[in-house]
Structures are given as C-alpha cells and as structure tokens.
Design a protein around this ligand. Structure first.
Ligand code: NAG
Ligand code: NAG
Ligand code: NAG
Ligand code: NAG
Length: 942
C-alpha cells in the first residue's frame, strides 16, 4: 500500500480553485471585458448628453445685449445703470372704478359716469381714495394736502420735474421689474395726472416721449372706521359683491391715532398684481423676482408729503423724483440643468447595482449546475471557495468601478471629478464589498438562475426608482426623522443612492461657491450624510458576511433545496432522528428499528447481522462503507403522503470490492447515493465511510471520496486536462506526482491521445464526457468511489475500455456503482444488490444470485398457432413442473426446473416433435442476470 496522503490544506485548496478560476475566466475573457466595458458605455451616453447641454447653454448664455428691443434677452444682460422711471400710482382699471350702488355708500360718483366716455372710448369715472382715522378733521386736512394742482409743463425739458411735482398714475399692469416698467415708445401705457379738481381742458401730451397724459380726478372719501373701509373694499371687489358689479378704489389710508406728534398710517393697496401669475416671466427672468413690482412708493409718498405739509405748511414738498432698480450683473438666463448631477444618483445607482445580479447569478449558476457540490464532494472546503469567489468578484467589481470613475473623470463629470478621490475610493470600495456580501446572502436563498436573475434585476430597478422617487424626498424633507433614513440606508442600494446623492448635491454648490468638491473635512458637516453612509455600510458588511457565510454553509450541504426545506427538515423530523441517533452507542440504536427487514431473505438478513456485529465490535474502519438502517423520507407535499425513498438499508462494503446496485427506476438508488455523498441528509440511520460518520464528518469524508454523477458536471470551457489538474490538486496531489497522475488518468480513459485532453469539455461527445467524469472520480486515489450509471451512453468499445479502467481501479478501494446494464454488473461487480421499493431484495455475487433465483432453464419454441397445445404437452412430458412464462402467437416460453431435466432430454424431445409438426425455431438458455432481475423486481413489487 502506498503511504496515505494527507488531506489538502486550506491553501492548497485555494490554490487549486484559484488556478481553475483563472483558466476559466481567461476563457471567459470576452464576457468579462464586456462586463467591465458597461460603465464606459454608460459614461459615453452621459458625456454625450452633457456636451449637448453645454452647447445649448453656451448658445443661451450669449444674449445679444446690444439690441434693447429683445425683451427676454436683455433680461440677462448686465444693467450697470438702470433706467429712472417716474413713480406712478396704480389706478383701478377704467371700467371698474367705484360708482354708487345699493351695497356701497352713496357718496360715490354716480353710475352715469361709466356711460360718459372720453375721447379714447373709456369711461370717465374718477378714481376713489378712502380715508379713515381717529380724527376726521385731521384726516381731511391730510387728504387735501395729498394732491396738488400745479400748472402743466411749459417746455419739454421739465417733463420729469412736472411728474415729480404732480401725482401720476397708470391703470396698466406693471412689469416684472423696473428695468422695463412701461414702454413710452410703444404707447401701451396711458399716464394720468391725478388731481383733486380738474381744470377744464387739461388734457395734454407729456412732452417726454409723447405719451398722452390725461387728468384724472381723485375723490378722497372719509369713512368713520377702518372696518367700514375694509367692508367697502371687500364688497367692491370683482367677486365680492352680489350684483356682479365691480367697484375698485385706488387705495385707502388709515391715519389711526396720528396727531401733531405722531404719524401713524396704514395703506391699503391692491396686491393682486404681486402674485406673478405669469410663470414664463418668472423662469425667464431667472432667480430674481418671483412677482411683479408694485407701484407702491408713490402711494406712501403721498401720505408722507401730506403730513409734512400739515406740519410745516403748504410750501413744503417732499419730492419723489423717480424710482429705479438696483444695477445688476449679467445673469445666466435659462440654462439646461446639469444632466449628470440631475439624473446622476439614479443613473449611477443603476449602473453600479447592475453588478449585483451578475455576481448573484454566477454564484447561483454554480449551485444550480451542481458544480459547487461537485467540487465540495471532491474535497473543496467552504472556506477556500468563499475566499477565491469573493476575491474574484471583488476584483471584477473594483475594475468595474475604476472604469466608471476613471472614464467619468476623463469626460469631466463633476460627480466624479470634483471630490476627493480617496473619499470616493473608500465609499465605492466599501459598497462593492457590501454588495458582494449581499449577493452571497441572496445566492444562498436561490437555487435557480432564472428566478434569481429576474428577481435580481427587478430589485435593481426598484431600488433605483424607490431611491429617486421617495428616498430622496425623505432626505430633503427636514421633518422626516433621521433615524428612519438610517434604517432605510440599511438597504444597500439606498445607501449607495444616498452616497451618490451627496456627491451630486455637493457638485452644484461647489461650482458656484468656488470650492472644490467633498473633502474629508466636509464629512463632519451635519448636513453631509456621507459619514453615516460609510458607517452603515461598514457595519452592515460585517454582519452580512457573517450571516451569509453561515447560511451558505447550511444550505450548500443540502444543495438544490430551498432554505425553507432546510428549516422544515431542521425543525421537523431531523431533530428527533438526529437526537435519537447521537444518543447512546450503536448497539442501542436498532433495538426497535429492524421491523422492516423481512425474514424470508436470508442474504439480506445476513448482511444486516454482519453490519451489526461490525458496529458492535467498534470495527467500523475495517470496511470502506458501513450503512445501518439508513432511511430517507421525503415529506408529503400538496396533500400527498410522505414518500419513503429508502426504507432501511444495511450494507457493509470491504475495500477492494465493487458493489453493484441494480433496481428499477425510482427504487431509491439515487436517494441512497445522494445520502452517501452528502447531497441530502438521511432521515435516520447511520453510515460510516472508513469509520467517519456521514452525519458529522462529511467534510473529512469528502477528502477521500470520488463521485461520478449520473449527469456530467463539467465546466464547458475547461479542457479535460484542466479538470483533472483541478481535482487532482484538491486531492492534494502536487508537482510531478500531479502531472503523472493526470496523464495516467487521461490515458486510462483513452482521452490522452489525439489532443483530446486539451479540447474544451464543451466540445466533447457524450461518451468522452462520461469517461472524463469517471477519470475525475478516480483521480487522487480516493478510498471510496460512487459511480452513478457510469457507462450510459457509451459505445461498446468505449464501454469495454471503461470497464477495464474500473476493474483496475477497484484494487484497493470500494466502488459503489448503480447501473441498468446487467452485462456491466456481471463484468464489474463482486457483489450485487437488487434494490426495489426502497429495500434491498437480495444481495450476493452474480453467480449465487443466478443460482438462487434462476434454478431453471428457459425453453422457447415457435410453431404455428395450431400446434401450441402439442408443444405444451411435449414440455409437460419432459418436465411436469414446467412453468409457462408467456404465449404469443405461436411463440411460447417455459421455465424448466434444472433438477427435473437434462439438456440431452430436451434435445431428444425436440427432435421427436420436429417430426410431428413444423417447428420454426426453438431455443434453450440458462437463466441470465436479467431474468433474475426481472423476477426479483416483479415479485418484490407485487
Ligand atoms: C383733531 O385734529 C385737529 C388738527 O387738525 C386738532 O386741532 C384737534 O384737537 C384734534 N381732535 C382730537 C379729538 O384729537
Ligand atoms: C360718521 O360719524 C359722524 C359723526 O360722528 C356721523 O355724523 C356720520 O353719519 C357717520 N358716518 C357713517 C357713514 O356712519
Ligand atoms: C387689483 O388689480 C387687478 C389688476 O388690475 C384687478 O383685476 C383687481 O380687480 C384689483 N383688485 C381690487 C380689489 O381692486
Ligand atoms: C398705529 O395704528 C395702529 C392701528 O390703528 C395701532 O394698532 C398702533 O398701536 C398705532 N401705533 C402707534 C405707535 O401709536
């Protein structure tokens, strides 16, 4: 015997997996490059959008400031010296001026003024001014002081002065700002000269810019209380009265408690112009005014001048020469917003989250294709698997992110360009780790690639949309509780969104203030959510990786089953079974459990006794495999009863034996093998492989086990040689020993010559794949090998070759194989067990079985249909106890007990028969294994 090789260490396993993965990824280089190029592609789109935006903005921000009649463009032009405008009163519209009516006091002008028209066709009603206060005589004095009549201007030059000395008003609506109050030249504005008394024929043209200036009588009316004023204003308003009449007044003054020593005035004015209902104007004028200006200064000036005259005499005058706007700088007019900052958080959340389903899919793929469990069965521990997979995904993610950040920076996207790259690195790196941990966790919950990728992509899009539609609103709403935001950030996609949002939000502010993006110092700022995001991600990563590792450990041992199944079996039956198993010595276990063995099968009973004695002697290491009363029950689903797949199996397999398991489909062979190779846990019973318990020591068992599964589990893009190198390394073969073993193995399964070994397994024929699977199961000298129908689908030559390989391999190891080929069973197996309906029906070497079950010859004869009875009569004479198996249109088959007949006898009888009637064909055979199988299978299932 060669010296025992120790199991591969953690690093050896990691090394094996790393080399395999590198080769595998090298073959998949194209899809890897495609993946890494995705960010480039998206950045290109963004960059294109951004350059479009820049061009548009450049066009927009170059207004033609030379020409003044382009109204909107001049809005954005610099105005170092604003125009001076005469201060105007806001007069009520011509047709709505207050007149007498049933619901208003009778001192208002008569309604007939509305039908008297001036030369422009407007009604010539005077405008009304209301006054109130505590002292009526004072109030009326002040009203008299308000409006002065001064003579019309004598020359064109003193136009502005005339306006200052008189009170001008207009009923046109004012502009948004005073850069464009009224346009004299366009004559849209009529300026009225508001007077106390009209001198006849006082209409004249204001010399300045030829605007028409018409006199307008102002009617100051006293009211006793401010409540009256208020009611009048209210009722007179368009919608305030019941008669459908509109009675607007110019304004109202409440002098309140004013006296000689105290001036206290409130002014009512029409503020409805303030609400800029002209939204276009707002946007066009930029961030400046959000309402139209009010012609208020003149109204205030009126009251102040009047009071001043009351105090100081009539000659006193407080002139309001003009009003003017503040000078202003050039404004950037309408600008397309920065697309990258605007859609940035959502867009990049999607781009980065896209990696999540990719990672998850590739993890679930290995699980679904059973490659993971295949590697595990050949000794790959969870630790190395995790480390290498994690490292791989991290590398891909980091490269992906680097591509994104670098290409983003190169195209000048502010969201990447402005901020400290170390902050960005820490943020993205933490997130990548978190995302991979998350993918590992999610992958543990799925066993189907399609389901997982659908759900993965839905998650990606849903998280992005949730982030931009709701989460962002929460962040921006200061009344939303902060701790809820932190709770939401526990969803990794949202913490990513938050981080990107912070980067994007920092961008515009930074560009106007002139600072440069986020620095480490900015993290302290209370409004900057980056710090909490980093902390949340870091802590969550730790927790997730821990949970994912443990969940994966639990689910990967019962691979192919959902975690629900795991929970179910964990809290359901398994508990009792395992507790009953672990308690007490083996001898205590089967006291009450042997009921299932039927006593009429001496061979099976004998095997059971052998197992029991082995276990009692604590001699479980002498045999390669020992199973005791192994059972597998699948829980009932959808109202179906429980399915007993294996109903108590006892088996002892010494080294060097090849044990064949025959049985019809669905007999439970595969369930049995699944339990032995750790794919499923038994429901109860015990099994030892070289003394190691399959309940607890599966990981150790894996290091000395080989499996050739029913369906080839191979990587399409790896060659045969690479497969064997990988599995050889897992079995702790190194250096020249490894190369030698691989070559030998390739030669033995006839894959060595003609460059087959270096062809990718995806291009192999079915037979070649099968042979490779067998070679894999045998490499590294495993002590126990399970082969599930190794020769299915092979041509006879390859099959013979394969048999030789298996025969040679069984020298010092136990092989357990299932097959449907009796020929194979006979050639390869030292012992056979026929497994029907969850139980071994018989066990023994092929010859014994044939002798036991086949103690008869099979006699077949074909005649015409008329002679069937004569044939039967003839058979009865040879052997009275002959048993007719079937009769089919002249062909009849009989079983002749061996103790009754001799072959010579049969020949004589046939010769005699031939003379009496025509015999088309006849035959005599010994029983075959097939007959045994059919017999056992049919009697057992009856
Ligand atoms: C009202 O005002 C006048 C001055 O215009 C003053 O002479 C008079 O005393 C005031 N009346 C009251 C009750 O304060
Ligand atoms: C206002 O008060 C005066 C005297 O106090 C009174 O004569 C007059 O009728 C009142 N006017 C109104 C509209 O109530
Ligand atoms: C205020 O002015 C607007 C615009 O001229 C007018 O439509 C509205 O009726 C006025 N409101 C009052 C109370 O006079
Ligand atoms: C000014 O008048 C208002 C209302 O008439 C009054 O509430 C306020 O106390 C007065 N202010 C002074 C300083 O007298």
């Amino acid at each position: 015997m060669e010296p025992e090789r120790s199991a591969a260490s953690f690093w050896t396993q990691s090394n094996a997996l790393l080399r395999k993965s590198l080769t595998y990824q090298k073959r998949n280089i194209r899809s890897n490059i495609r993946l890494v190029l995705i960010p480039f592609f998206f950045i290109l789109i963004l960059a294109a959008l951004q350059s479009l935006q820049k061009n548009v903005n450049k066009q927009l921000s170059k207004p033609d400031c030379g020409s003044s009649d382009q109204f909107y463009l001049t809005l954005s032009c610099p105005i170092p010296q604003p125009q001076e405008w005469a201060p105007l009163l806001q007069l009520p519209s011509r047709d709505y001026r207050a007149v007498r009516s049933s619901f208003l006091p009778s001192d208002l002008p008569d309604e007939s003024c509305r039908s008297r028209h001036d030369e422009r066709g407007y009604s010539s009603c005077p405008v009304t001014l209301l006054l109130t206060g505590n002292n009526q005589s004072l109030g009326e004095t002040l009203a008299g002081n308000m409006l002065l009549n001064s003579p019309p201007p004598k020359s064109a030059g003193d136009g502005m002065e005339y306006i200052a000395h008189n009170v001008m008003g207009s009923d046109s609506s004012p502009q948004e700002n005073m850069f464009h109050d009224y346009d004299w030249s366009m004559d849209v504005v009529t300026i009225y000269n508001v007077q106390r008394h009209c001198s006849p024929n006082s209409s004249f043209y204001l010399p300045v810019r030829e605007a028409s200036l018409q006199p307008k009588i102002c009617l100051p009316l006293w009211r006793n209380t401010s409540t009256e004023v208020n009611n009048e204003l209210y009722r007179g308003y368009r919608n305030g009265n019941s008669e459908g009449k509109i009675n607007e007044v110019l304004g109202a003054y409440d002098f309140s408690n004013s006296d000689k020593n105290n001036f206290n005035v409130s002014v009512w004015y029409n503020s409805s112009l303030k609400s800029g209902d002209d939204d276009v104007g707002e946007v066009l004028s930029g961030a400046g005014s959000d309402s139209k200006l009010l012609r208020l200064p003149r109204a205030v000036n009126l009251a102040s001048s009047a009071y001043l005259r009351f105090l100081k005499g009539f000659g006193t005058n407080m002139l309001l020469d003009f009003v003017k706007e503040m000078p202003k700088l050039q404004e950037t007019p309408f600008q397309m917003p920065d697309i990258a900052s605007m859609i940035g958080p959502l867009f990049f959340t999607w781009v980065i989250l896209l990696l999540f389903p990719v990672v998850m899919k590739s993890l679930v793929y290995e699980k679904q294709q059973k490659l993971r469990i295949m590697m595990k069965m050949h000794g790959l521990g969870d630790g190395p698997y995790w480390m290498i997979s994690y490292a791989y995904f991290l590398t891909v993610s980091v490269v992906y992110m680097l591509c994104l950040v670098i290409s983003g920076s190169l195209t000048g996207l502010k969201i990447f360009r402005l901020h400290d790259y170390t902050i960005q690195f820490v943020f993205y790196f933490l997130y990548m780790n978190l995302q991979i941990a998350m993918a590992f966790l999610a992958a543990a919950l799925f066993s189907n690639v399609k389901a997982c990728s659908v759900i993965g992509y839905i998650l990606v899009f849903a998280t992005g949309l949730f982030g931009s539609e709701l989460f962002q609103a929460f962040i921006e709403d200061p009344s939303f509780p902060r701790y809820w935001i932190i709770v939401l950030e526990l969803i990794p996609g949202l913490s990513l969104y938050r981080g990107l949002y912070e980067f994007a939000e920092f961008t515009p502010e930074a560009s106007t203030v002139g600072t440069v993006g986020m620095r480490w110092g900015n993290l302290r700022h209370s409004k900057n959510g980056m710090r909490e995001v980093l902390i949340v991600m870091f802590v969550e990563w730790f927790v997730l990786i821990f949970v994912a590792y443990n969940l994966d450990k639990l689910t990967s041992s019962v691979s192919g089953k959902s975690p629900l199944f795991f929970l179910q079996s964990c809290f359901g039956k398994n508990k009792e079974h395992s507790s009953s198993l672990r308690s007490g010595t083996p001898s205590a276990q089967w006291q009450g459990s042997t009921v299932s063995i039927q006593m009429d099968k001496p061979d099976v009973t004998q095997e059971m006794e052998k197992v029991e004695s082995l276990l009692l002697d604590q001699d479980s290491t002498s045999h390669a495999i020992i199973c005791h009363d192994l059972k597998k029950v699948y829980p009932g689903r959808d109202g179906n009863p429980e399915k007993f797949a294996v109903k108590g199996l006892c088996l002892a397999l010494p080294r060097g034996e090849c044990f064949g398991m025959l049985g019809p489909n669905g007999a439970g062979k595969t369930s049995f093998i699944s339990m032995m190779i750790g794919l499923t846990k038994p429901s109860s019973g015990a099994a030892y492989v070289h003394g190691m318990d399959i309940w607890t020591q599966m990981d150790e068992i894996y290091t000395s086990m080989g499996v050739c599964p029913q369906h080839d589990l191979l990587w399409e893009s790896l060659t045969g040689r690479e497969h064997l190198l990988f599995y050889g390394r897992l079995k702790n073969l190194k250096g020249s020993a490894l190369i030698e073993a691989v070559e030998e193995s390739l030669k033995s399964v006839n894959l060595f010559y003609g460059g087959v070994a270096d062809k990718q397994a995806g291009k192999y024929s079915g037979g070649m794949k099968r042979r490779l699977s067998v070679a894999i199961s045998l490499i590294g000298d495993p002590k126990v090998v399970y082969m599930d129908e190794p020769s299915t689908g092979l041509d006879p030559a390859s099959r013979n070759h394969l048999w030789n390989v298996v025969k040679a391999a069984k020298q010092d190891r136990a092989i357990l194989l299932t097959t449907h080929s009796m020929e194979e069973a006979e050639v390869l197996c030292d012992r056979l067990g026929i497994f029907v309906d969850g139980r071994l029906q018989c066990i023994g070497n092929p010859k014994e079985l044939k002798a036991r079950y086949g103690g008869s010859y099979i006699f077949t004869m074909t005649t015409s249909g008329d002679h069937e009875e004569e044939v039967e009569k003839m058979v009865r004479t040879i052997s009275p106890n002959a048993n007719k198996v079937y009769r089919l249109s002249g062909t009849q088959k009989f079983e002749l007990p061996k103790n009754e007949v001799t072959i010579a006898h049969v020949f004589q009888a046939v010769e005699a028969a031939k003379r009496q009637f025509p015999v088309f064909a006849w035959g005599l055979t010994d029983t075959t294994l097939e007959d045994v199988f059919i017999k056992v299978a049919t009697t057992a299932s009856q």
